[in-house]
Design a protein around this ligand. Structure first.
Ligand SMILES: *Cc1c(COP(=O)(O)O)cnc(C)c1O
Length: 415
């Protein structure tokens, strides 16, 4: 008789984890009110303006500029911070592709450093080794909601006169040494895309404490307008990256609910990480007292095949899914520097000087290989996604029970 569900046994559970997005009648009523007001654009209504102020206040930042998505937030943040054609931007390779494409879209050059294998965020020593005379910016990613080592990164930036753009796309409510994500560098980009912990389907926000950067980001997002200028007067090459009132209304409701959800994710994450510390073969990331709030968009597990009879991570994951742990995920299976778009330099017409070879120092990404990044993508990382952490204690116990069960019967994993 098989024990594991993947081999025909009984699964640990049959009930799904909490759905995402979460909504209730508050979102419905907020959207209905906007529709019936007839004020659907942010020039007419107040939802986006209020959300900007409320989110900036929550992150303890001065300037908040709502935009259409997190990719655009990063692109405009880079531009507003003075990054442009041929400027090298140092970033980790273990991230969503947009961290790099935001730079490429403005003609800047992504340069990849390794991650710290114990935190999955940018390794400051590796970043330092990547600095050249063309380096203009550092782009740390607060991956999974865990702030990068901003103490070391800001010191590095100061020594080399670099600007720091935080990819805070996953870092709502995260803090480092008591300071909120989005205020740790010079400017930051957040995302409200449908998988994110605060969402309106799409959406993004630029935060900065620097007035000049904030004003430029605002203008870039609003067709190059200036605050006191005429509606049809345009001063810089910007675009229309504004968010609609429908998005703003949903996001305000989501933000009001957020602190309670964050506390729930953090409590469940602490419980799960503690329980998993007893399980051989599965490790969690390093506890660092300087991470004063982790937003837990993802709780990362590190899989060690030797503790599971040598079964590949993909096979283990399939067994977890069969046990009913349906939300667990492989995560980024390619480092960004191995993405086909970078390998083949398929940059289209967006960045002609780079595309045409006018920039001789363009990296050959096929030569980039970083051990911690490659290992996370190829063999090690498993993602417990944020919606799973909104569950009950029993849900966390089921995750642990499924892992222990698979380990005890790992001979059944053989195909
Ligand atoms: C989601 C995300 C982005 C891009 O945000 P979108 O809103 O999807 O454009 C950028 N970086 C990271 C790390 C993300 O998770």
């Amino acid at each position: 008789m098989a024990h594991l569900a993947i081999a025909g046994g009984e699964p640990i559970r049959r009930t799904p984890f909490p759905r995402w997005p979460f909504w209730n009648k508050e979102e419905v009523e907020a959207v209905q009110a906007v529709v019936e007001s007839g004020r659907w654009g942010a020039q007419q209504g107040g939802e986006v303006r209020h959300f900007e102020a409320e989110f900036a206040a929550y992150q303890e930042a001065v300037h908040g500029i709502a935009v259409t998505n997190g990719t655009v937030a990063l692109k405009l943040a880079l531009t507003a911070a003075g990054v442009g054609l041929g400027d090298e931007v140092i970033m980790p390779g273990y991230t969503f592709v947009a961290t790099a494409t935001a730079a490429l879209e403005i003609g800047a050059v992504p340069v990849f450093a390794d991650i710290d294998p114990h935190t999955y965020t940018l390794d400051p020593a590796s970043a330092e080794a990547c600095i050249t005379s063309r380096t203009r910016a550092l782009l740390p990613v607060h991956l999974g909601g865990r702030p990068a080592d901003m103490e070391a990164i800001m010191a590095l930036a100061q020594r080399h006169n670099l600007v720091v753009i935080e990819d805070a796309a996953q870092a709502w409510g995260a803090s480092w040494q008591g300071r909120m994500a989005g205020t740790l560098g010079h400017v930051a980009g957040f995302s409200f895309q449908s998988s994110k912990n605060i969402t309106a389907g799409e959406g993004g926000m630029i935060l900065s404490n620097d007035a000049a950067i904030g004003e430029m980001a605002r203008s870039l997002s609003n067709c190059g307008r200036q605050p006191d200028g005429l509606w049809y007067a345009h001063y810089v090459l910007g675009g229309n990256y504004r968010l609609s009132e429908l998005h703003g209304a949903i996001l305000r409701v989501q933000l009001r609910r957020y602190p309670e959800q964050l506390a729930r994710r953090q409590a469940n994450a602490a419980y799960l990480e503690q329980a998993l510390s007893e399980v051989p073969g599965i490790t969690t990331l390093r506890q660092d007292a300087r991470v004063t709030s982790n937003a837990y968009h993802v709780l990362f597990l590190q899989y060690h095949a030797e503790a599971f009879g040598g079964a590949a991570r993909e096979r283990f994951l399939a067994a977890m899914h069969a046990e009913g742990i349906d939300g667990m995920h492989l995560g980024y299976s390619l480092p960004v520097y191995r993405q086909p778009v970078l390998r083949a330099k398929n940059f289209g017409l967006a960045t002609p000087p780079l595309f045409s070879g006018a920039y001789p120092q363009m990296p050959d990404y096929s030569r980039v290989a970083w051990p911690a990044t490659d290992r996370a993508c190829d063999a090690e990382a498993l993602w417990v996604r944020q919606n799973m952490l909104l569950g009950e204690r029993q849900d966390m116990d089921d995750i642990v029970a499924a892992i222990v069960k698979i380990q005890s019967h790992c001979d059944e994993l053989q195909e």
